[in-house]
Write a new protein. Structure first.
Length: 277
């Protein structure tokens, strides 16, 4: 058998396996301790055909063809044994949240809470007024604007996407990879934004764009790697980026978003399987 794909949703995995079974591609499912589902192709001689179906599935994971296949198979239940009890929502979220992910979540919440209490967090954490100061003891202030958020909506939007994307990266690529993306995608895009707008900006969205680009392209280059996003979601974020540059969204750190996206794409290309040219 050969590993075809790893998913964190057992029901979606079962629907995809049922669809492959309709095509004569027999697969088996295994479940690891983190509730990740591995899909194994039994007939390795049909690997190329199966890979094409994986790419199609990643592009349209919610297409009715997969659920229809489960109904035709006559059993919509996931076909492997799971624990006797299912975890609650909070426990499930916490079990998916790695240490780097959690650290950033708590730091952003703490900074926002302290700002709400009228403490001068912007003055403490904003980008330094001169770029040359980053070469000295203020280097850390090249990163800390990512922890600043200026409204509850701004905070919730960024933290949701941070949690969702970094969960995949930290689980399947490790703590070090997520930390690298976090630091590089905060520092370099913040420098780009400073050069066009000065130090008056903040937010985690540049890092979010880096993670989104990384996860999307990684899924395209390595469908069996456990990370990936539908093309439609990537298109939506590109549209949002373009709208920001038009001014339709008001004052937005557009260069930070663009820089983050480019960093994510580059890192995904560097991390591609050696067989991908």
């Amino acid at each position: 058998m050969k590993l075809l794909l790893v998913l964190d949703d057992p029901r979606r995995a079962q629907s995809f396996v049922d669809y492959l079974a309709d095509m004569g591609l027999k697969c088996e499912l295994t479940l690891d301790d983190d509730n990740n589902v591995s899909i194994w192709l039994v007939d390795e001689l049909r690997w190329q055909q199966a890979q094409l179906e994986v790419k199609r599935f990643i592009a349209e994971p919610l297409h009715p063809r997969y659920q229809d296949a489960s109904w035709r198979q006559g059993d919509t239940h996931v076909q492997f044994a799971r624990g006797a009890s299912q975890p609650g929502l909070l426990r499930d979220v916490l079990s998916r949240t790695g240490p780097v992910n959690m650290l950033v979540l708590l730091a952003c919440l703490a900074v926002y809470g302290l700002s709400w209490l009228r403490l001068p967090m912007f003055g403490l954490l904003s980008f330094p007024p001169q770029l040359s100061l980053l070469l000295g003891p203020d280097l850390w202030r090249g990163f800390t604007p990512a922890l600043l958020h200026f409204s509850l909506m701004h905070l919730v939007f960024n933290l949701f996407w941070w949690w969702y994307l970094s969960t995949m990266v930290e689980r399947h690529r490790g703590h070090g990879k997520l930390l690298l993306l976090l630091l590089v995608a905060a520092l370099l895009p913040n420098i780009m934004q400073f050069l066009v707008s000065g130090p008056h900006f903040g937010g985690l969205s540049g890092v979010v764009y880096a993670l989104l680009a990384y996860v999307w392209l990684s899924g395209r280059l390595n469908p069996a790697g456990g990370v990936g996003l539908p093309d439609g979601m990537a298109v939506l974020m590109v549209v949002w980026l373009v709208l920001g540059f038009t001014g339709a969204l008001g004052p937005v750190a557009n260069l930070a978003h663009l820089g983050g996206g480019l960093i994510g794409l580059l890192q995904a290309w560097f991390d591609r399987p050696k067989s991908v040219l």
